[in-house]
Design a protein around this ligand. Structure first.
Ligand code: PHE
Length: 459
């Protein structure tokens, strides 16, 4: 264990923090959800909306959370409690989110691990069979669990090595590798016949697709992608030193996450375009099938490059998933450690037990327990966990956080914390954002997601 018994962890410097926050941000959300949303909502139109949201709303909330963490030196529950016992519930709600996300994130991580290995073991053609390979795998009673556990083991080992000895080192290797692979694969993909047409579709704004749904989807995606409203950024802020600038850190995190989403979208939309021939057809391949069924068809057609491209692509996604799962698990460890006042080692033990058991139960939703369809026919327990965390809890936590800072403790508390390490030119605009704009926007997403789920309109 890298930390001394019971002591709180800390980053070795500003760049370690930025890298860790970016590593948390860049994940499965960037790799398959962003590209699909961009394809669905008219390419450039979605990109523009998303950029606008990240640099107004997204960065403002990132700043709020990191400053709150640094000021109090606590993870989510303690951070809110520091201002009065009655506010601890906001932290409890925020902390519930990573407990729900981590187990199912590791299941998808297991799928990605399986695919990475399968390119080397079974070859690209075996994976390009129109979906039977994927369905057979996730419904298996043994194999799907083994790959989930393998992915979890990688995550637990790195978190077990501590913040400096494990997480920082892993990020330092995986994040640059991720960028290089993403750019390399994107360039190669664009040389395939038909791919440039896909790129044009992705980049050109189609303003006829501008709609409330586009806006709401972009907002929800931004939350998930920046790992907001679940206590992660509060925890990470609490490991920060007082001399490191918060404003420039959060702007860089926003850029980084956006950059990776942009490249992933370019790569995936162009590649999928090659396979299915039109933007609407790409958009129709929502969810897991785009990555696990459509893309393998594209790779299989790459001839001599098929194995290596497929392998590298899934390795890229694996790195993105791993760094996010590590950050989720680290947050859980920190919550348990602060909440139970125990050692880091004991907290990790508890977290491992929880994630393994919850993961196994949710994974059973695709095989042993597939008769449980919580959101209607064809839905899985994983869909349900995703819905509760992203569409219900996260907007509620974001709303409460904004009200708490904007109206109860007052923006000045955060502004003062920010100013310890850097000037804060946009302080007035930021306060307006937190007090007025953000609460309204968040209420809109919350109502819209829940209404969409119950069929009032479709998204
Ligand atoms: N932001 C990650 C992604 O885009 C997901 C994530 C959610 C990571 C919550 C950590 C916490 O995939």
């Amino acid at each position: 264990m890298a930390q001394t018994e019971g002591a709180r962890a800390s980053w070795s410097g500003k760049w370690a923090f930025i890298l860790a926050a970016a590593a948390s941000a860049v994940g499965l959300g960037n790799m398959w959800r962003f590209p699909y949303l961009a394809a669905k909502y008219g390419g450039g139109t979605f990109l523009l909306t998303y950029v606008l949201l990240v640099f107004t709303f997204g960065v403002s909330l990132l700043l709020l959370e990191t400053a709150l963490g640094r000021k109090t030196g606590q993870s989510a529950i303690g951070a809110f409690k520091a201002f009065g016992k009655k506010y601890a519930f906001i932290g409890v709600l925020a902390s519930a989110v990573p407990f729900i996300i981590t187990p199912y994130y590791c299941i998808i991580g297991g799928w990605v691990t399986k695919y990475t290995a399968a390119y080397l073991v079974d070859g690209p053609d075996a994976l390009a069979d129109g979906g039977d390979f994927f369905t057979g795998f996730i419904t298996s009673n043994v194999e799907s669990y083994i790959w989930m556990l393998l992915f979890m083991a990688l995550v637990f080992i790195i978190v077990g090595l501590g913040v400096k000895g494990g997480i920082e080192k892993a990020n330092l290797v995986m994040m640059p590798a991720l960028i290089i692979m993403a750019v390399g694969i994107a360039i190669y993909t664009l040389t395939m016949p038909g791919a440039l047409e896909g790129a044009a579709y992705y980049l050109t704004p189609d303003f006829s697709k501008l709609s409330p749904e586009l806006f709401i989807s972009a907002l929800g995606q931004m939350f998930y992608s920046l790992s907001l409203a679940m206590g992660i950024m509060i925890t990470y802020g609490s490991y920060m030193r007082k001399q490191d600038s918060l404003t420039s850190s959060v702007t860089r995190i926003g850029f980084f996450d956006l950059g990776v989403s942009f490249i992933a979208g370019l790569l995936i939309v162009s590649a999928a375009f090659v396979a299915v021939g039109s933007g609407d057809a790409v958009a129709a391949k929502a969810g897991p099938s785009l990555m696990f069924i459509t893309l393998p068809n594209v790779f299989a057609d790459m001839g001599g490059m098929a194995t290596i491209m497929g392998f590298l692509f899934f390795l890229l996604v694996l790195f993105a998933a791993l760094t996010s799962a590590i950050s989720l698990t680290e947050t859980l460890v920190s919550i348990v450690q602060d909440g139970m006042k125990c050692t880091r080692a004991k907290a990790l033990g508890i977290v491992i037990a929880f994630v393994v058991i919850a993961g196994a139960v949710i994974n059973a939703g695709y095989n042993g327990l597939s008769f449980i369809e919580p959101l209607g026919a064809g839905s899985s327990m994983l869909d349900f966990a995703d819905f509760i965390s992203n569409s219900v809890l996260m907007p509620i936590v974001a709303l409460l956080t904004c009200i708490f800072v904007g109206w109860i403790i007052k923006p000045k508390v955060i502004v003062d914390e920010v100013k310890i390490s850097s000037p804060f030119k946009l302080e007035k605009a930021w306060a307006v954002m937190i007090k007025f704009i953000a609460p309204v926007l968040v209420t809109v997403i919350l109502v819209a997601y829940v209404a969409a789920q119950f069929g009032f309109f479709s998204m």
